[in-house]
Write a protein that binds this ligand. Structure first.
Ligand code: SF4
Length: 200
């Protein structure tokens, strides 16, 4: 069924509030699996309202973490993210955002202070160890300058969000050890994510 706003995996609940993104990765499930993911169809005909999002989640206490995930970048809907987080936090949720790390470039200002006290963790995807490679693999909206922007965003995030993690997907073409080294040099956590071959 299309228009899945909220789905669960393990102990976590995942939010899919937009299909818009600041990158156009050819390996994204939007393209690879036509938005199908573990029995869910993440294609949205329309972006859900705050009320629809909260209603889809239900009781936050059932989940270890609520994760803004996608497939799309939730930070393209900053105001909605802030309002949803405000309500969820009051109910005691632990909140993570998965992002392409280009929100400051997208809005032309530092939006991270808006997330302070609302978001517990942020995972920033960095698939590429230099501007050229990153641009070729992910097709970001801001071209080769995106790479430095993402690293800057990640370093800045440490001032506002307790847990900041750089993630990389184990794509066959990628030397993830170089990305891990970049993360470590910037005193950021690093997590390798599996390259999923099957949407089930
Ligand atoms: S950053 Fe994520 S959501 Fe955006 S296009 Fe790439 S894989 Fe898809």
């Amino acid at each position: 069924m299309k228009n899945t706003i909220f789905y669960t995996l393990g102990e976590n609940g995942y939010l899919n509030i937009t299909n818009r993104c600041m990158m156009a990765c050819p390996y994204c499930i939007k393209n690879k699996w036509d938005n199908k993911f573990y029995g869910n169809d993440l294609k949205l005909d329309a972006e859900p309202s705050i009320e629809q999002i909260l209603s889809a989640i239900g009781d936050v206490k059932k989940y270890k973490e609520i994760v803004f995930c996608g497939y799309g970048d939730a930070l393209t809907r900053l105001e909605t993210v802030v309002e949803v987080c405000r309500v969820l936090k009051e109910k005691g949720a632990k909140i993570r955002i998965n992002t392409a790390g280009l929100a400051n470039k997208f809005y032309g200002k530092n939006i991270l202070p808006r997330l302070k006290g609302l978001v517990d963790a942020i995972s920033i995807s960095l698939n590429g160890s230099n501007p050229k490679e990153h641009n070729e693999i992910n097709k970001p909206a801001f071209g080769e300058e995106s790479f430095d922007e993402i690293l800057k965003f990640a370093k800045e995030a440490k001032n506002c969000i307790p847990e900041v993690t750089i993630t990389a997907v184990s794509l066959p073409s990628l030397d993830v050890s170089k990305i891990e080294a970049l993360a470590k040099n910037a005193h950021l956590n690093f997590r390798l994510r599996p390259y999923l071959q099957d949407n089930e």
